[in-house]
Design a protein around this ligand. Structure first.
Ligand code: ADP
Ligand code: MG
Length: 503
């Protein structure tokens, strides 16, 4: 199995974008210097010292289809007329026994504590559950607290499902870790912690992050009730006896397909799962993601016992509220000009923009080129110091920066409602395969715009050698990506943005 520290998506490109100077000397063919294979989320923790085990495999139980129609939420009043219903397509629910689950029309239907309800209404300002929340929360919160494999669209509110799951399963009087959430990146762990602690404001439940810090962790035992972190640090805390698993009630994997993918964090995840089961046999396991490809799906159903599941067909996964465009660019310089003349000029009037590049080198080259042209842009990638990473994300979340260049470190999970424009400066490719797109990463990048049904647009900037990749992506998702007729015509971009509902 791949070790989590050397598995990759960031730094996957065989060719590295070489943007050397503004206006001038663009290498039309990019530098051939490949970056080393690294973790997708730039995990820098040390590898654990034991071999993982997949001995928990169980046969998939006989399943019965739930009447999903019966679970559809009535649209009494829109939360906000500006928003579309975040998930138009069907989620198929499958349960492993006859436990009756009814969908929750309101948060009150879920028998949450008054303190938690107050957090949802007053702090989060939610009015009613989204579809995935309405369907999954009764499954999570009803005894016998079955395991759950849940797929739902990007931006549909999955965090709330597992946050309420964790907060409901914690005994506030017991000062010990009882809920654990594992995420692929530092940024996502911090973001999820912020959501949980906001929701928990009136409950007295404590939560903390387990992410890499500048200094090694102390050995003082964690008393916090909810721990959210990255797999390497969580493993380390377990190994040094800092994190006790004795009272663990619930284990959550956010971006679960990546956490259990061979090219992701499978080793770490399995070890953590195995250790928790050893000390707490009845720990509920929740797996959430927008994507579960067939390989991961098969694997997951073998390692998780007795589960309910919610699934979406891949053709129905693209977000209808986000319009996808392709822009053919003759060379690298044209790509930079599109970013400079279209994205900065038009994008800044509308909201925030994330520009995805596949490599750290590509990110810093584009950053340098734009700064030299006099544009204010910030860039995040895993090679930066931890403090700098945190600062850049905070500034973007606070709205102090409008345009963020990012490697795939932010491709999954990053939630910023103001982001309505995503630029694929280059298309995501599977590691070591220059002709094979990474479909999951593409879908997750697109999903950074159009959060919770908001409108958004994606521009894929394509040079000749990326055309075939784009075609494969369109075919895979069964969706047609519209073409912007000319890369250097501002009117064409205005039409595209108007069609997307952004101008
Ligand atoms: P996902 O993990 O499914 O991609 P998130 O959990 O990050 O999506 O939620 C996307 C956005 O939707 C967040 O900004 C969140 O605050 C918002 N949201 C979630 N649930 C609700 C709700 N019930 N009502 C209104 N907004 C919600
Ligand atoms: Mg999420």
């Amino acid at each position: 199995m791949a070790d989590a520290t050397d598995s990759a998506t960031e730094a996957t490109s065989e060719t590295t974008n070489a943007v050397e100077a503004p206006e001038a000397t663009f290498k039309t063919k990019q530098s051939q210097e490949a970056e080393p294979k690294r973790s997708w989320g730039d995990e820098v923790d040390n590898a654990p010292d034991e071999e993982p085990s997949a001995s928990t495999a169980s046969e998939e139980k006989v399943v019965s289809e739930l009447n999903v129609e019966g679970l559809t939420i009535e649209e009494e009043e829109k939360i906000n007329t500006f928003l579309d219903e975040p998930e138009d397509s069907n989620v198929t629910a499958v349960t492993s026994d006859k436990t009756p689950y009814t969908s929750a029309k309101t948060f009150e239907d879920l028998n949450l504590s008054p303190e938690l309800l107050k957090g949802i209404y007053v702090e989060m300002k939610f009015q009613k559950p989204s579809k995935i929340q309405a369907i999954s929360l009764p499954m999570i919160l009803t005894p016998p607290y079955k395991n759950l494999i849940a797929q739902a669209h990007n931006g549909s509110g999955k965090t709330t499902c597992f946050a309420l799951g964790m907060l409901s399963r914690v005994d506030p009087k017991l000062k010990a870790p009882q809920a654990l959430c594992i995420c692929p990146t530092r940024e996502l762990a911090i973001q999820n912690l912020q959501v949980v602690s906001k929701m928990a404001k009136y409950t007295g439940i404590s939560s903390e992050c387990a992410v890499p810090e500048e200094f090694p962790p102390s050995k003082i035992a964690v008393m916090t009730q909810i721990v959210i972190g990255t797999p390497g640090t969580i493993r380390k805390w377990m190994t040094i006896g800092k994190l006790s698993l004795r009272f663990m009630n619930i284990l959550v994997f956010d971006e679960a397909d990546h956490m259990l993918d061979e090219d992701g964090f499978r080793d770490y995840s399995l070890r953590i799962m195995r250790d928790i089961r050893k000390s707490s046999a009845h720990c509920q396991v929740l797996l959430f993601s927008a994507t579960f490809n067939d390989t991961v799906r098969n694997f997951v159903t073998r390692i998780v016992e007795d589960y309910n599941k919610l699934l979406v067909k891949k053709e129905e996964l693209s977000l209808d509220s986000v319009k996808q465009y392709k822009v053919y660019c003759p060379d690298e310089l044209a790509k930079v000009m599109v970013v400079r003349d279209r994205i900065f000029e038009l994008g800044e009037k509308m909201g925030q923009t994330i520009i995805f590049v596949s490599t750290k080198r590509g990110a810093s080259d584009l950053h340098k080129a734009l700064v030299e042209l006099g544009y204010d842009v910030s860039t995040i990638q895993g090679g930066l110091d931890l403090g700098v990473r945190d600062k850049i994300v905070k500034e973007f979340k606070d709205g102090l920066t409008q345009v963020l260049i990012s490697t795939d470190v932010l491709a999954r999970g990053f939630d910023q409602q103001q982001v309505n424009l995503v630029i694929n400066y280059d298309l995501p490719k599977k590691f070591g395969m220059c002709s094979e797109p990474d479909y999951e990463v593409y879908l997750h990048r697109v999903g950074r715009a159009g959060r919770f049904g908001r409108k958004g647009a994606v521009f894929n900037l394509l040079m000749a050698d990326e055309t075939a990749l784009m075609e494969k992506i369109e075919k895979h998702f069964g969706s047609h990506v519209m073409e912007v007729p000319s890369w250097n015509n501002v009117e064409d971009f205005k039409v595209a943005l108007k069609t997307a509902g952004l101008l």
